[in-house]
Unconditional design. Structure first.
Ligand SMILES: [Zn+2]
Length: 274
C-alpha cells in the first residue's frame, strides 16, 4: 500500500501558540474565521452538529511546512487474514516479528482498529486545518497490514511519527494511557527527539486523561522490542490511548466525541513538541 500524501508545502514556518489556548477548538464557534491563515476551502462546510464535523482550525496554530506521519495501528482486514499477518518481517533489531496483529477490543467487541482509525482521521483533520502535510500508514480501515517494518519506514521524510493504539489488559481494572518509545533509538538524535515527543504526548494527554504510571514515570514506557518504532528513522512514539477492557475508558473510546478528545490531545502534544 502506498502512503497517501498531500501537496508539498514550503519548508519554513513559525509555530505560534497563544497563552491560554490549550486545545484545537479554543476559538469560540461565534468568532469569525477571517483571521485564519489556512485556506477556507480546506474545511468541509457542514451543518451537522456532530463533533467531528465542527471546524477545528485554531488560528493560533500554524504547522505550515511541517510533515507529520500518522500510523493508525492494525487494520480492519487483519482478522480475516491470519496467515498474511503472521508472516515474519524484519523487526529492526536483526530479528523478525509477525507482520501485524489484529489488536484488541472492548468487552462489547468494538475493535481497536476502528478506534485507532477514528482518532487518526480526526487528528489528520486537525493537522491539515493547521496547515501541516500528513502522511498516513494506511488509506482505509478495511485492508490488511501494512506490516510493522513498513509502519516504521512509510514516512522517512516526516518530522515525526505517531502510532495510535489502545491497550487490552487481561483485567478490566487497569485504566489510563501510556506512551511507548524505543530504547535504544535508531540513532542518538532520533532517541533524544523521540523522548521529547513522548514527554510532550504524555503531558498533553494528562490534561484530559488518566496517565497509567504502572508503565513508567509519566506513563512513558521505554522498550527495545517494538518493530514499528525500531524501524523508524524519524522521532516516533506509540500512544496507547487507554485500556479497552476498562468500562469507563471503553465508553469514551467507542464514542465519536471521545475520539475527538483523544485527537485534540495528540494534536496538542505534536504542537508542544515543535
Ligand atoms: Zn494496538
Amino acid at each position: 500500500m502506498s502512503p497517501r500524501r498531500s501537496a508539498l508545502v514550503p519548508l519554513l514556518c513559525v509555530v505560534l501558540t497563544l497563552p491560554g489556548l490549550t486545545g484545537c477548538n479554543a476559538r469560540p464557534p461565534s468568532q469569525p474565521a477571517a483571521s485564519t491563515p489556512a485556506e477556507p476551502e480546506a474545511m468541509p462546510s457542514s451543518t451537522s452538529p456532530a463533533a467531528q464535523d465542527t471546524p477545528t482550525t485554531d488560528p493560533a496554530v500554524d504547522l505550515s511546512g511541517r510533515t507529520i506521519a500518522i500510523d493508525p495501528g492494525h487494520n480492519g482486514g487483519n482478522a480475516s487474514h491470519p496467515n498474511k499477518i503472521a508472516r515474519p518481517v524484519p523487526d529492526g533489531r536483526g530479528g523478525t516479528k509477525a507482520c501485524n496483529t489484529t489488536g484488541t477490543a472492548t468487552d462489547t467487541d468494538y475493535p481497536e482498529t476502528d478506534f485507532n482509525w477514528g482518532v487518526a482521521q480526526k487528528l489528520e483533520r486537525e493537522l491539515e486545518d493547521a496547515g501541516a502535510e500528513v502522511v498516513m500508514s494506511r488509506d482505509d480501515n478495511t485492508g490488511v497490514g501494512p506490516c510493522v517494518d513498513e509502519r516504521g519506514t512509510f514516512a522517512d521524510d516526516a518530522d515525526l511519527m505517531v502510532s495510535i493504539h489502545a491497550n487490552g489488559s487481561e483485567s478490566a481494572t487497569p485504566k489510563g494511557f501510556h506512551v511507548i518509545v524505543a530504547e535504544p533509538g535508531s540513532s542518538e538524535a532520533v532517541e533524544d527527539d523521540s523522548n521529547r515527543l513522548a514527554d510532550a504526548m504524555s503531558k498533553a494527554l494528562a490534561d484530559q486523561f488518566t496517565p497509567n504510571s504502572a508503565y513508567g514515570k509519566n506513563a512513558i514506557s521505554r522498550r527495545p522490542d517494538l518493530a514499528g518504532l525500531n524501524n523508524a528513522s524519524v522521532p516516533a512514539v506509540i500512544v496507547e490511548c487507554g485500556e479497552m477492557r476498562n468500562p469507563d475508558e471503553a465508553e469514551t473510546m467507542e464514542s465519536k466525541s471521545g475520539q475527538q478528545k483523544y485527537a485534540e490531545a495528540l494534536m496538542q502534544g505534536i504542537v508542544d513538541w515543535y
